[in-house]
Design a binder for this molecule. Structure first.
Ligand code: AMP
Length: 305
């Protein structure tokens, strides 16, 4: 039987500026990147999200063509789709959010229909923590794995609800800046302690862009490098496609423990290295699993994993 994956997150229009180019209102969002990244595996993937009256049908068709169940995507006629606009600096790492327009997301009250309420994997992608809580509360049986991703916007504005839901998850994926905002300590290692000890996060994955990713538990610390030979065009969605690659390859390994997570982190690193070679979801759309596996093998050699 195929494993069921439920992703709740944003479907967005993204405006992205790099030192070399600018694109306006392209398809993006945390749920979009995650679902597309995981669609290369034999999973039944469904999205719960909301879009507005400016959302083009061809984008929903595109998700469906990739085998993604879109029945949980509400189409609101009361406003526009979530819009995020960001700019990258010349190092192509540092990002500044120019604008976040929640639009229809502001009124979103997700309904998890029976058909979607018993997933094996639940991904609470970058989104309003109260929406993440609402979805989790509507799930019937505890999923085999609950992964949560968030960002500075929510850590800053919805800290209380975020801390509430962090107690109920298995894996948290964040970047270094978010780790500092969450941990509220000067040193990174003290922030790690706050998350793994005080907040009892079982598996913490810190995404460090070209600096690889760390798996931190209460008693262990492992590092997986990033793929070093890619030409960065647009880093947007790298973190989300990393998350999508991570748990979709975990499904194959079945046992979810430190060892299988490290294995999957190598796959996730390889997958996300493709995402950043084009704007938005473009590269994910024509990516073949064999390309990822080839890069994954190279990475294993480099990393000796
Ligand atoms: P990443 O580059 O992996 O951190 O994710 C980029 C995606 O996150 C973009 O496609 C945005 O639409 C989406 N995004 C940006 N800000 C937010 C936010 N505050 N909440 C949810 N999704 C967001």
């Amino acid at each position: 039987m195929r494993s069921k994956l439920l992703v709740v997150g944003t479907i967005a229009h993204d405006t992205i500026k790099t030192p070399y180019a600018k694109v306006e209102r392209i398809l993006g969002g945390s749920a979009t990147h995650i679902a597309l990244a995981s669609s290369m595996f034999n999973l039944d993937c469904s999205i719960i999200s909301i879009v507005g009256n400016d959302f083009e049908k061809k984008h929903l068709d595109l998700l469906r063509e990739k085998g993604i169940n879109t029945s949980g995507i509400s189409i609101s006629n009361k406003g526009k789709t979530f819009h995020w606009s960001g700019e990258y600096f010349s190092d192509m790492k540092t990002r500044k959010t120019i604008d976040t327009q929640l639009n229809v997301l502001e009124e979103f009250e997700p309904k998890v229909v029976k058909e979607l309420s018993s997933p094996d994997f639940l991904v609470l992608a970058n989104l309003h923590p109260e929406i993440q809580i609402s979805v989790l509360n509507q799930i019937k049986n505890r999923p085999r794995l609950i992964v949560l991703d968030t960002m500075n916007f929510w850590i800053g504005t919805k800290r209380k609800s975020l801390l509430q839901i962090l107690k109920k998850i298995d894996i948290l994926t964040i970047n270094e800046l978010e780790l500092k905002l969450l941990g509220r300590k000067k040193s990174l290692s003290d922030c790690l302690k706050v998350l793994t000890n005080d907040l009892s996060i079982r598996f913490l994955i810190v995404k460090r862009g070209s600096g690889g990713s760390l798996l931190v538990t209460k008693n262990s610390f492992d590092w997986v490098p990033s793929y070093p030979f890619c030409d960065v065009v647009d880093p947007t969605g790298a973190g989300d496609s990393y998350a999508g690659g991570l748990f979709s390859s975990l499904d194959i390994n079945k046992n979810i423990n430190r060892k299988s997570i490290i294995e999957s982190m190598v796959y996730a690193s390889a997958l996300s290295s493709f995402t950043i070679e084009s704007f938005g979801i473009e590269r994910l759309l024509n990516l073949k699993k064999k390309d990822i596996v080839k890069r994954e093998k190279e990475l294993r050699k480099i990393a000796r994993v």
